[in-house]
Every structure is written in C-alpha cells, then in structure tokens.
Design a protein around this ligand. Structure first.
Ligand code: PLP
Length: 396
C-alpha cells in the first residue's frame, strides 16, 4: 500500500521527533519539572507584539475578505516582495527588487521549490556535515544524491580541501546553512569567499552552473555582535532561503522567502520555473495573511538576548563539568562531543538522568550530541545535578 520510498522515510524518520515524544512520555511519569528536554528546536520566546498587532490591523483594514484570503501571484504579493527587497538592500547593501523575491512556505518550502527546479535524477547536492537532517529527505524528494562534505572537526568550519575533492561534474548545488544547525557555528566573510572561489573554479572546469543554496533561518539568532554576510554579493548563482520561524517565533505559520539575484544565470527562465514549481509542489503560494503581516515586521525580531543567556549558561555549565563543545556563535543549539565514541549509548545514559539529547548520527556526525537550548532558563539550572551525575558516570 505504501510506496517504497515513504516506507524508507518512515523507517529513517526523525530521531528528533522521537526523542521529543519520549520526553513527553517521561514527563507524564516523573513530572515535567523533572525532565530536561533539549531535543526540539521549537522557539520559546514570544512572538513580537508588533506582529500580532499587524495581523489585527490588516484584518481591520481590509474589509474585502476575499481579497485578504484569496489567491495571488504564485510568487507572492508584489508589495510584500518589494518591502522585503528594500529591507535587504538597506541591511546588506544589495540592489534587489520585487522580482528577486519569491514568498514561500517557510525555508523548507523554499528549498524544495529550488530543488524541484534544478535537480535531474542522479544529480549531486553537496552539503557540509553536520547538517539539518531534513536536507536528505528534501534532496531525496527530487531523486538527487546527497554528497557529504567533511568539516574541520576541531572547529566545525568547512574543510575546503574536501569540498574541492567532492565537487564533481554531477554537482548541481552546494547547500550552506549559516548559522549552522546543529553546531551554532557562523561562517565568516573569508570562509564564504573561499567557498565561492572554489565553486567559481569548478564551474569553469566543468562548463556548467553550480548553485549555492544559502539556507538562513537562523540569520537573526547570532551573538557577540556578529552578523552573517549576504551570499549573493560573493557568488552570482546563489539562492538565499529564509524563514520567519525563528526570527519571529512563527514556525507553525509556515512563512519565508527566497532571493534570486539578477546576476544568476538565465535569470528570467529561472524565475518563471521557480514560480511554477511553487505551484506544482502543491504550495501554490505562501499563506496570504502571513505575507502581509511579516511585511510590516521586517525590522522586528524575537528576544535574541534570551537565547544568548541560555547559550552562556549551558555552555559554562557543561564545560565546567568537563564536557567538550565548540562555543556556538549563532542558532540555539550546542553540539557536544560525546565522552564515548558511541554517542547513542551516551544519549541513552542521558535519558536515565532524564536529559533528552539528539544523537549526532542524525546530523551525519556520529560521536556528538545536539542540545537545543530554546528552553526556559530553569530547565538549564535544574538540569545541573543530572548533567553532573552523567559526567561522573563517564569519569569526566
Ligand atoms: N533549514 C534549517 C537549517 C532548519 O533548522 C530548519 C528548521 O528547523 C529549516 C531549514 C526549515 O525551516 P522552516 O520550518 O521555517 O521552513
């Protein structure tokens, strides 16, 4: 009854969700205050008030409800796309226009639309490990093959030599996620320039386009005064994918966009194809009310300082206890080295102390675990004894 592909997908289905469900079961047995659940990347900071007000205002102002909730251009409302283009121009010194923006059903929708547009079965998609586990499923949707590029395991920055080795004549695109889920690493301008130079050379060598998909749902969750660079300035064949899920705490509303710069090869044909792909994928267009509401809140963001405090508290606690971890500069994740090579055993040991973590194998990086610190600060404080007991178990 079920397709072979979905049977495989179900079998490999996300360890993250499984851990979250287990955490809820455990909470029923021992009380939620006694479970330290660091499994799921679900924002906990409130949606900015300006967003809620924008929704109310829009409903109040637009008396024609069919206009408010109707179909529009598959690429989204022109005025919304124009507002986003202006916002990006001001922020990153680019010169985008409404034609460079397509509104999407989150970053997930944007990536799937791009992959549908560029992949022929058997094409290769390069991704740096460790990576957001859904990339594998998205690439599989369009029968592409994921090629894993190693990071430098000391810093989790890209290994440029491995990138050079693995970009082949079959490579269609490289997915860059910045800041990175699950490590929290941020790629600097210098890193982006090096990646761009490698891909330029490979494009020349193979005589065809190799795209970059710069996936940036965590663009605003960045600390220590850092900011990300805008990739279209460094590499013409770049798609930027963005989502308001984290920046405005709206993951359930499914709203985001993609950017396609004028410099992209065959720009007009690409835009036409992406717009149709948005429809064919079944998204049709991004949610109408959400488009209008985010357009009024482009300078808003959720309480990033909340995550910053959690970042410091969890990092300091774990490193003082003897755990090893790269200090994250973005996202709300910490990627901790498992004290034993078999990180799945470590995750199981954590569960016995009511700590829920996700194994690194999920992100194609065994030997590590991911902790999502989008939790109330008390969860971190109260988890201290449990982590101390876990550290003792591993003689740290
Ligand atoms: N890309 C990365 C790296 C993510 O972590 C996520 C979600 O967590 C997505 C894409 C999908 O984002 P959205 O749910 O906003 O579409």
């Amino acid at each position: 009854m079920l397709s072979k592909q979905i049977q495989e997908d179900v079998a490999n289905s996300s360890a993250i969700r499984a851990m979250f469900t287990e955490g809820m079961e455990l909470a029923k047995r021992v009380g939620s205050e006694n479970v330290y659940d660091f499994s799921l990347g679900n924002p906990v900071t409130p949606v900015p008030e300006a967003f809620t007000q924008a929704m109310l205002d829009i409903i109040e102002e637009e008396k024609d409800t069919t206009k408010l909730h109707g179909y529009m251009d598959n690429a989204g409302y022109p005025e919304v796309r124009s507002a986003i283009a202006k916002h990006l121009n001001k922020r990153f010194g680019v010169s985008l226009n409404q034609r460079n923006i397509i509104m999407t059903v989150g970053a997930a929708g944007a990536i799937n639309v791009i992959l549908k547009t560029i992949i022929d079965p058997g094409d290769e998609m390069a991704v740096f490990a460790p990576y957001f586990t859904e990339y594998r499923n998205y690439i599989g949707n369009w029968r592409g093959n994921l090629v894993t590029i190693d990071p430098d395991y000391e810093t989790f920055q890209p290994d440029f030599e491995d990138l050079k080795r693995k970009i082949s004549p079959k490579t269609k695109a490289l997915i860059i996620n910045n800041p990175v889920n699950p490590t929290g690493v941020v790629y600097s301008e210098e890193t982006i320039k090096k990646i761009a130079a490698i891909l330029e050379e490979k494009q020349r060598e193979y005589g065809h386009e190799i795209y970059i998909i710069s996936d940036e749902p965590y663009r605003e969750l960045i600390y220590d005064g850092l900011s990300t660079v805008f990739l279209t300035k460094y590499y013409a064949n770049t798609f930027v994918t963005y989502s308001f899920s984290k920046s405005l705490s709206l993951p359930g509303e499914r709203i985001g966009y993609m950017v396609i710069p004028d410099e992209m090869a065959d720009f007009d044909a690409m835009i036409a194809a992406l717009t149709i792909a948005n429809r064919i994928c079944g998204f049709i267009n991004a949610p109408s009310l959400m488009q209008k509401a985010v357009a009024r809140c482009l300078d808003e963001k959720t309480d990033v300082e909340f995550y910053n405090r959690n970042r410091k508290a969890l990092y300091e606690m774990l490193t003082e206890l003897g755990f090893e971890c790269v200090y994250p500069q973005g996202t709300f994740y910490l990627f901790v080295k498992s004290p034993t090579r078999d990180e799945k055993a470590f995750v199981e040991a954590g569960k016995r102390h009511h700590i829920m973590m996700v194994n690194g194998t999920t992100f194609h990086c065994p030997g590590y675990v991911r902790l999502a610190y989008c939790v109330q600060p008390e969860v971190i404080e109260h988890a201290k004894d449990a982590f101390a007991a876990l550290a003792k178990e591993y003689n740290l």
